[in-house]
Design a protein around this ligand. Structure first.
Ligand SMILES: Cc1cc2nc3c(=O)[nH]c(=O)nc-3n(C[C@H](O)[C@H](O)[C@H](O)COP(=O)(O)OP(=O)(O)OC[C@H]3O[C@@H](n4cnc5c(N)ncnc54)[C@H](O)[C@@H]3O)c2cc1C
Length: 400
């Protein structure tokens, strides 16, 4: 079937306006705070989001009834990439991780009362949220079936006990979506359930902020303890024991939206490198006239174009209701590595300027590095891609 990768005129117009807004309003704030979200705090988040609302750009991914623009995945690809031009662009448009993925999950899975209570204020930027799946070893990480946080049935609800870490945005979040095991044992492929846990639950505690390379995501990355954390029956998101199915609902699209946002930063890094290569003179020529620099610039153009095409193809499949497991894994694995290469090359082209605080390339490098690990490390995706390819080959009896 032919794949149509073009965008509707309304998406192109939204992407153009987003690009202008990010350059004129968001980039000056990003430069002022050096790309560190906590430095601007809630005041910065409120100011940027008010400006995005005023400009009619807020929550482009959310359904119209919750105040968004209702973009499908392909539409998001065009707009999120423009928002991702700045580290603070996604925050301004309310499309930053993990809130954006949580909104997608709540739209797909929650009950009407849950949507009114959790999704509506989240979509409006009135509150933030977090998604608590990963656990310290030997718990869930690359292998989610290792999930060891337990939820035990009690009268009228569930008691959650366990430990989570690297929970982005937990500090200041109004609620967490927590994955816990409701049946089976660590290592089993089923038996997980998602719970909505309010911040004022005395059984849910943040025990530390983890010091990490990256600092542009709001609320940091936290370690949390669930200790005798009792939630009512209506805190269950979807159905009991279906948590792994819902994780796929969230993670496939969330992987793609990470790719879209980080492609924006890759393009910005490339633009910084192009400007430097055009201006800087050495060895009697322009930097951009030297073959090895041209090679780096060309490789980055190829990486950006290929990452965008793979992401769009996976989005096209998702928009058709397909699981897109293979294409989202391919796009995520390629884009995470490609974005890292592009930013690293840009820094190299800029020489010592590249590592200085005078340009934000060093900050970008720190921000994109963990993307090779979260939402599935590259190795996990490559392993899964190969296994699917081998299964497909066996199913078609392709023996040479
Ligand atoms: C900045 C950041 C933010 C995050 N935010 C969140 C969040 O909000 N919520 C949440 O729940 N989690 C979050 N995470 C956790 C993230 O999803 C996990 O780090 C990721 O799933 C990997 O798990 P792990 O760290 O336990 O690594 P491990 O599972 O210990 O894996 C270690 C390494 O093993 C290798 N590996 C993995 N699979 C294979 C394979 N099949 N074959 C060969 N080698 C392999 C890879 O190199 C991998 O990096 C975040 C992580 C980071 C770094």
């Amino acid at each position: 079937m032919p794949i149509d990768l073009s965008h509707e005129p309304r998406v192109e117009e939204l992407a153009r306006r987003t690009a202008r807004f990010v350059r004129e309003v968001v980039v000056p704030e990003e430069e002022r705070y050096g790309g560190v979200a906590a430095a601007g705090g809630e005041e910065l988040r409120g100011r940027l989001q008010a400006a995005a609302k005023q400009a009619g750009l807020f929550a482009p991914h959310v359904a119209l009834e919750y105040g968004g623009h209702g973009l499908d995945m392909r539409g998001r690809a065009a707009v999120f990439e423009e928002a991702g031009w700045s580290l603070f662009g996604p925050l301004a448009l309310n499309i930053a991780a993990p809130d954006e993925g949580n909104m997608h999950l709540l739209e797909a899975v929650s009950t009407h009362p849950q949507r009114e209570h959790y999704l509506r204020p989240l979509a409006q930027g009135e509150v933030r949220s977090c998604f608590a799946m990963t656990e310290p070893a030997p718990g869930a990480g690359s292998d989610p079936t290792a999930l060891s946080t337990r939820a035990t049935k009690v009268a009228g609800g569930w008691r959650i006990d366990g430990r989570k870490w690297f929970i982005t945005g937990a500090d200041g979040a109004a609620f967490a979506i927590c994955m816990a095991r409701t049946s089976g044992e660590p290592g089993d492929r089923g038996g997980a359930t998602m719970f909505l846990v309010d911040v004022d639950n005395p059984g849910m505690k943040i025990i530390r902020h983890i010091d990490t390379l990256d600092e542009s995501l709001f609320g940091g990355h936290c370690e949390m303890v669930f200790d005798d954390c009792v939630v009512p029956d209506d805190a269950v998101l979807g159905e009991v024991d279906k948590g792994y199915d819902y994780a796929q609902v969230r993670l496939g699209p969330a992987r793609m939206t990470h790719c879209m946002r980080w492609l924006g930063i890759a393009r910005r890094a490339q633009e910084i490198a192009l400007a430097r290569a055009s201006e800087r003179e050495l060895f009697g020529s322009r930097l951009g006239d030297l073959g090895m620099v041209q090679g780096m610039i060309a490789d980055s153009e190829i990486d950006i174009a290929a990452a965008r095409a793979l992401t769009l193809q996976a989005c096209w499949e998702l928009d058709r209701g397909r699981s897109a497991a293979q294409s989202t894994a391919i796009a995520k694995a390629f884009t995470a590595e490609a974005v890292w290469r592009v930013v690293d090359r840009a820094l190299q082209v800029c020489g010592s300027l590249g590592v200085s605080g005078d340009v934000l390339l060093g900050r970008f490098l720190r921000e994109v590095r963990p993307f090779r690990i979260y939402d599935g490390p590259t190795e996990t995706h490559r392993w899964a891609i190969a296994r699917r390819a081998l299964r497909g080959s066996r199913a078609h009896g392709n023996v040479t």
